[in-house]
Ligand binder design. Structure first.
Ligand SMILES: [Zn+2]
Length: 140
């Protein structure tokens, strides 16, 4: 994955000063509620301009999933769409890689790692966009 002219494919992915992707969230300094992606206002307490940008981390655990059998044109199916509780706080939805789309291979709570790939690995039309994916924990 080249870092030249990468663009974030989702609101949850940000690029640091070295163009390295990370999962970004916003924490309210008034009520401590956390949201995935960047926000200016808190949807919990409605405070304005109190959101602090945070890194959601690189690990989490599988909260829920579904095996997707039909998708947009060009997207390979079946694949696993997951909701992951991030160790850094909050929950993020994303596609799982390196797992068979088989419920016998997936366990609620299983440790997962965040990886970043060009989104074209699942959709050829997404060339140039970096996205987050989840894999079984690489260091578990
Ligand atoms: Zn708040």
């Amino acid at each position: 994955m080249s870092s030249d002219a990468l663009k974030a494919a989702t609101q949850f992915v940000a690029l640091n000063e070295k163009s390295e992707p990370y999962l970004v969230g916003s924490r309210c300094e008034a009520c401590d509620q956390l949201f995935p992606g960047l926000r200016q206002h808190c949807a919990g307490c409605y405070s304005r301009d109190c959101m602090k940008q945070i890194d959601l981390g690189t690990h989490g655990s599988l909260y829920s999933y579904t095996v997707v059998h039909r998708s947009y044109k060009g997207v390979s199916v079946p694949f696993v769409s997951a909701v992951v509780d991030m160790d850094g706080g909050g929950s993020i939805k994303g596609t799982m890689l390196n797992v068979p789309p088989d419920p016998d291979e997936l366990t609620f709570g299983m440790p997962l790692s965040v990886v970043f790939r060009c989104a074209s690995c699942i959709n050829p039309e997404a060339e140039g966009y970096v996205s987050h994916f989840f894999t079984p924990a690489l260091d578990a």
